[in-house]
Design a protein around this ligand. Structure first.
Ligand code: GRF
Length: 195
């Protein structure tokens, strides 16, 4: 069974859905949840789900990304994952780190890539007057929020939406999309999931 490690930075709601579906359906094994923030709320949720956790605070490393990643790699490599899922992970990874996991690292991004890579995606969609928004699961490559698209989920942008109401609507689709993509991905299926 494929072993899946998940990287988080915050509440980990996407991580919870991935872990719960793996545990319920057995399509893969959640072997580690790691965070760059020891106070990330998702770590407690992972512990409650019985998944090993690790945290490496990125702040003491300052701009030394490689130094931070060298520390973060220790629990990740110890868990011997086949697949790495970024789920609300808010640190930019170096090309060296990404290359090490080339072809087996996924990310979920809250926009319909290639539109709106980077931050503040919902506000940008609203400001642009888009009628639709959504989320994308993609393979991670050294170019930020780029890489082969493995799935997308769409939601309407409604009159009166602000970034919080739109983010909440997109998040409910993220929670369906990521497990649907990971289930196929670990089975070697790369056909995009469109919901
Ligand atoms: C989500 O919008 C996700 O798309 C983004 O981080 C946000 C929080 O995710 N990458 P989570 O609740 O920590 O999974």
């Amino acid at each position: 069974m494929k072993r899946v490690a998940i990287l988080i930075s915050g509440g980990g709601s996407n991580m919870v859905r991935l872990v719960e579906t793996m545990q319920a359906e057995g399509y893969a094994a959640p072997v580690l949840v790691a965070s760059n923030d020891p106070a990330a709320g998702g770590l407690e949720k992972a512990r409650a789900l019985g998944v090993p956790v690790a945290a490496v605070d990125h702040r003491p490393f300052g701009k030394d990304r490689a130094g931070f990643e060298a520390e973060l790699l220790k629990p990740i490599l110890a868990a011997e994952p086949d697949v790495l899922c970024l789920a609300g992970f808010m640190r930019v990874l170096t090309p060296e780190f990404v290359t090490r996991f080339a072809g087996r690292m996924l990310n979920i991004h809250p926009s319909l890539l290639p539109k709106y890579p980077g931050l503040h995606t919902h506000q940008r969609a609203i400001d642009a007057g888009d009628s639709e928004a959504g989320c994308t699961v993609h393979e991670v490559t050294p170019v930020l929020d780029d890489g082969p698209i493995l799935g997308q989920g769409r939601v309407p942008v409604l009159p009166g939406d602000n970034s919080a109401t739109l983010a909440a609507r997109v998040l409910t689709v993220e929670h369906r999309l990521y497990p649907a993509v990971l289930r196929r991905y670990v089975a070697g299926d790369r056909d995009p999931v469109l919901i």
